[in-house]
Every structure is written in structure tokens, then in C-alpha cells.
Write a protein that binds this ligand. Structure first.
Ligand code: PCA
Length: 358
């Protein structure tokens, strides 16, 4: 069996702490030579690269620099201390935002500033599918990694992974915030982090079919969804339009092709925002929401697979959703929270649109 290569990082102490549990856990995980496959119970050989990051801009960008230098891993696990957490927290979203409550270890204090201004970055595994009873302690799934060095690190790493050309997707990465050692012993945090690593290497029980779904925003608080036609799978329900990633295709190329084929819309796949896993019969689908830039007029949209499209606002969630797309809608509410004023939704039915061939 091939050896899985993983990168595990922790942080140096900061903000008056004399220790940082994340560095201690990372050091302990560096001794690992095998992990237990979380779905089959078999043993999987691993080789761990460990890094304790400095709590400054250089530390935050160090993993991204490794990736841009061509280092490759099967999974990346970032660990950090969460001072106020009672339980470990698996972060699903890195915010495009810095707002440092205290200076970092080099005295830098950035307030209310975007990281690159291109939006939040998400992960491409679905930890909501990881059975809670497979872990040694309770944990939270979070969409708020803070606005300090942990978030900055997570953001820079996800950004660099998004630039890689690995197909269909880059290797998985999550950030885990650990409680201080007086709340959760280091041994328990280490065991928890080891379980996360096992799931990162094997995010679903079966090899999934990868699917992309486009998130297109009108920049004024509305996003595009489409209604599936009678006779189609999930007929009558609404979805973020997209489709299966084809063999040899990247997530970005796939969403660009799918939206061209289905809606005759030119888009550019920008970055991954989040993933939900869904079982249909015996097939597991991993659906990846991709933030897209788009161009072209709405009256040029074709409706081949869909019955209607709609630009909906954030409060407009009361409709039948295909699969777990309601969760994508909520995620977008989270992303855009406080950023835009919601405006009324508009539905465009098939009859009011120019269709292919007409
Ligand atoms: N926790 C901080 C930065 C380093 C760490 O361990 C944070 O939550 O951002």
C-alpha cells in the first residue's frame, strides 16, 4: 500500500501564552507512521511532515510557499489554538478578512482589511458526513475561523491550493482550532486531530463522483439558481447549476463547460466555496460549489436541462431544493452576511427566455 504523505502544522505561542497546544499536537502527530482508515478499519502507512509556524505574516504564508514551490501532499492539516473554544472546531471557510484584536508576534496589527479582496475560500471535503461517534470528543463545524493568524494561514493555503493544476481537485486541507490544554488535554486533542487526518485522507466511504455547481452573484445580493425540468432527475427542484466533472478535467474547467452547455453562459471558475456529499442509490456524489465570474446577458441563457432560472436573494430559501443545495444557499447567506442589502428575487421561466435553437 502506498505511503500517504501529509503536512501537519501548529503555531508558536502568541498573545502572552507561554505554550500553544497546536504545536504540541503537531509534534506528537509527527511520530505517526500509520493511521486507521476511518471507514474500513485497515491500517494506512503515512509519512508526516510537521511544521510549527511563527505567528506572523511569514508563518501564515509558509505553507502556501511550500505549495507554490511544488511540494505535494495527500492532505494538509493546519492546527491552531482557539482561546475561547470548549471543543475542537473544524473550520470550513477561510474569510477574506483580517481584523487583528491583538498584534502578532512581530507587532503587526491589521484591522478591517480584506486579504485579497476576491472573497472567502472554502474546503472541498464535507466534514458533516464524518460520523461524530468516530471521534473521541464532541466537536463543532464552523464557518468562522476568526480574523487573525489562523484564518490568514488557512486562507493563504486554500488560495495556493486553488492555483494548483491537480485534477479534478487539489488535495484536501482543513483547519482545526483546538481548545486550550486546560479545557481539553493534549492527548485528547492529539487523538482528535489524528481522526481528522484519517478522514481527510478518506473523506467518503466510497470513491465519489465529483460534481461542480456554480455560484454566480449579481453583485447586488442575488445569486442564480435553476429549476430542473420534468423528466430530469430531481425534477421540479431548484439547484445551483452544474454537473459532473469529466475524466481529466479540473473543477474550474468543469464548471465553465457545464454552464456553457446547460445555460450558454460564459463563466470563469474562481474558487471553491464548500462541498456537500450526497448518496443516490449506491453512488456517492461530492458536490463542490464554485464561485464563478460571469459575463453575458441573461436573455441569452438557454434552458436545456432546466425549466426556469431565478436570481434569488438571501432570504429566499423557501423552495424545494435539489439534494443538499439548501445548505449551499445557507452557506452563501453566511458568506454575504452583512455585506449586501438583499433585494427582491426575480424568477425567469423557460417561456420568457430565448431557448437553444430559437
Ligand atoms: N491561534 C491564533 C493564531 C495562532 C493560534 O494558534 C488564531 O486563532 O488565529
Amino acid at each position: 500500500m502506498s505511503v500517504k504523505s501529509v503536512l501537519v502544522t501548529g503555531f508558536e505561542p502568541f498573545g502572552g501564552h507561554t505554550k500553544n497546544v497546536s504545536a504540541e499536537v503537531a509534534r506528537r502527530l509527527s511520530d505517526l507512521t500509520e493511521i486507521v482508515h476511518p471507514w474500513t478499519g485497515t491500517s494506512v502507512p503515512v509519512s508526516v511532515t510537521m511544521d510549527v509556524l511563527s505567528v506572523d505574516r511569514k508563518g501564515a504564508c509558509k505553507t502556501a510557499a511550500r505549495i507554490r514551490n511544488g511540494e505535494t501532499y495527500d492532505a494538509i492539516l493546519h492546527l491552531g489554538l482557539c482561546e475561547r473554544c470548549e471543543h475542537p472546531q473544524i473550520e470550513r471557510l477561510a474569510r477574506d478578512r483580517m481584523d487583528m484584536r491583538i498584534p502578532d508576534n512581530l507587532g503587526r496589527q491589521v484591522r478591517e482589511t480584506p486579504l485579497d479582496g476576491e472573497g472567502d475560500r472554502g474546503i472541498w471535503v464535507d466534514p458533516s458526513r464524518w460520523p461524530a461517534n468516530a471521534f473521541n470528543v464532541p466537536f463543532h463545524l464552523s464557518t468562522n475561523a476568526g480574523a487573525y493568524l489562523c484564518n490568514e494561514t488557512f486562507f493563504e493555503t486554500l488560495k495556493s491550493l486553488g492555483e494548483t493544476t491537480q485534477k479534478p481537485l487539489p488535495p484536501p486541507c482543513v483547519f482545526v482550532h483546538l481548545p486550550d490544554a486546560h479545557r481539553l488535554p493534549v492527548e485528547a486533542s492529539t487523538a482528535f486531530s489524528q481522526h481528522v487526518l484519517a478522514f481527510l485522507l478518506h473523506p467518503t466511504p466510497n470513491v465519489p463522483v465529483h460534481v461542480v455547481a456554480g455560484y454566480l452573484s449579481d453583485g447586488m445580493g442575488k445569486h442564480l439558481i435553476a429549476k430542473r425540468s420534468p423528466g430530469e432527475f430531481d425534477a421540479g427542484s431548484w439547484e445551483f447549476p452544474g454537473g459532473k466533472i469529466e475524466a481529466g478535467e479540473s473543477w474550474a474547467a468543469s464548471v465553465e463547460r457545464e454552464l456553457r452547455e446547460e445555460l450558454r453562459l460564459d463563466v470563469t471558475g474562481r474558487h471553491l466555496l464548500g462541498t456537500v456529499v450526497r448518496d443516490v442509490g449506491t453512488t456517492t456524489y461530492a458536490v463542490h460549489l464554485v464561485r464563478c465570474d460571469w459575463s453575458g446577458a441573461l436573455d441569452r441563457l438557454a434552458l436545456d436541462v432546466h425549466d426556469a432560472v431565478a436570481w434569488v436573494n438571501l432570504t429566499d430559501s423557501d423552495r424545494p431544493w435539489a439534494g443538499r443545495d439548501a445548505e449551499f444557499h445557507s452557506l452563501i447567506c453566511d458568506l454575504t452576511h452583512n455585506q449586501v442589502e438583499a433585494s427582491p428575487s426575480s424568477v425567469i421561466a423557460r417561456s420568457s427566455l430565448m431557448e437553444r435553437g430559437t
